[in-house]
Design a protein around this ligand. Structure first.
Ligand SMILES: [Mn+2]
Length: 445
């Protein structure tokens, strides 16, 4: 069908994806071909090595053409999968100038610079999950080979459903694909060749040149090596490296000589510790990523300096990771020590809270809680000052501590709120629900 199309009629509807297409990208294109049967899949020239190997074996089963078969002028409709970024589309980004094209986007990344007519962009583990949802709705029949390819894409992008970016919908999509006879032993086989001889050499080299250190309480390993030419899948190698050295965070710093003689550094990091956000660290170096994994390309800086920058950034990690000061409530509503118990009772009732800090000139003197009212024996005591009834051995926490530490203190002392104190001054209050909000990731960005 696509062959006839290319020979007889110009292609008007195309499905495409980002350069260096991975399995998620390629599988999403194949899924999109089922959803948009009138459209032709256009595979970018550069695809990942293991995807290339898969394509060469399955050449006859999937219909697709390369960029040279398409003339940009005849395109009327564009379907983009696994990216929402013109700059990642390679030569097809010329279509950006055309205002008369109808564009559909399917993606699981953040942000978009494509002015789409229709977009499905959700933070799931793999783009193919979004397309599987539509295939399910349309009650499309898929072959075991298609199911296997889609599951390969899903497993690649979710690390076999283990990455923190993986959602329940990814897992349900995997189940649906298994019901459609996706073959797990083939999935494993397709994903494995990514670790070939070249990657093995790099991993051995990394282990030889590794340095381990303790930075800001985290165990960190950095390995700096020289690479010749382009090596695919360095991210996978860094992941294996982290698993072997078994540290909180591991970094691979890959130097290569550019044609103009300058040194280019590809930095890839992996973190296995909640408190150490590799993505935001990479952002500071001009790259990006998420808390568990990130990368940055650093040019014109000598590699020792890059290594030092990593250490400095982790040392200053207090700024980038979530601290109590980001979660606490402030200003804190408090009462002075001379407030009468009757007034305190009224405030607690009106504000619907169970306790209040007692503060004198910003300094925390104690905490008065509903429980303390049990100490009152006679009516007249209601006109006594709060300082006579408040508890004074209050547990507090410093603003630079982590939410986990706050939660531990609250559990140990069986208290629901913790005054945040800096230099003896009360600057905020953190409650059990604030800490919970953090742990359950409900915190807005
Ligand atoms: Mn993807």
């Amino acid at each position: 069908m696509s062959l006839l199309q290319t020979e007889n009629r110009p292609i008007t509807q195309i499905i495409t994806t980002h350069r260096n297409a991975d399995f998620d990208a390629f599988a999403s294109m194949v899924a999109a071909s089922l959803i948009y049967p009138e459209a032709t899949a256009v595979v970018p020239r550069a695809v990942n090595a293991n995807v290339r190997a898969f394509m060469s074996i399955h050449k006859d089963i999937f219909d697709y053409v390369d960029r040279s078969s398409v003339s940009a002028e005849s395109v009327k409709r564009l379907i983009v999968v696994d990216t929402a970024d013109w700059s990642r589309l390679g030569p097809l980004s010329v279509l950006k100038k055309r205002k008369d094209i109808s564009i559909d986007v399917w993606d699981h990344h953040e942000g978009s610079d494509i002015d789409a007519c229709w977009i499905c962009q959700e933070p799931v583990g793999a783009t193919v999950t979004l397309l599987v949802r539509r295939l399910k709705e349309l009650r499309k029949l898929i072959t075991p080979i298609q199911a296997t390819l889609m599951l390969t894409g899903l497993y690649e992008d979710t690390g076999n459903l283990s990455f923190s970016s993986c959602t329940s919908e990814d897992a349900y999509a995997a189940g649906w694909l298994l019901d459609r006879k996706a073959d797990l032993s083939l999935v494993a086989k397709f994903l494995r060749p990514a670790y070939g001889e070249k990657q093995k050499d790099v991993l051995f080299e990394m282990l030889k040149n590794t340095s381990r250190m303790k930075v800001n309480g985290y165990s960190v390993s950095i390995s700096r090596i020289r690479v010749e030419g382009h090596v695919n899948n360095l991210a996978l190698v860094v992941r294996m490296y982290r698993d072997i050295v078994n540290v909180d965070a591991a970094f691979g710093l890959f130097e290569s000589q550019q044609k103009n003689g300058r040194t280019k550094c590809m930095l890839i990091g992996r973190s296995d510790h909640d408190g150490l956000d590799v993505g935001s660290l990479m952002k500071s170096l001009g790259g990006g990523g998420h808390p568990g994994a990130g990368s940055a390309m650093v040019t014109g800086v000598n590699p020792e300096a890059v290594e030092q920058m990593i250490v400095d950034l982790i040392e200053g990690n207090q700024q980038s990771s979530v601290q109590i000061s980001d979660l606490m409530s402030f200003p804190v509503f408090s009462v002075p020590p001379d407030t009468t118990m009757a007034e305190v009772a009224k405030i607690l009732r009106n504000r619907g809270c169970t306790g209040l800090p007692v503060v004198d000139d910003e300094e925390l003197k104690g905490i008065i809680s509903r429980r303390d009212f049990r100490k009152i024996r006679k009516e007249s005591q209601l006109s006594s000052p709060v300082k006579a009834f408040m508890s004074t051995n209050t547990v507090t926490i410093q603003p630079g501590k982590s939410p986990i530490q706050a939660a531990r203190v609250m559990v140990r002392h069986d208290i629901g709120r913790l005054p945040v104190v800096e230099d003896g001054k009360l600057i905020g209050i953190i409650t059990r629900s604030d800490a919970m909000t953090y742990f359950y990731d409900l915190l807005p960005d």
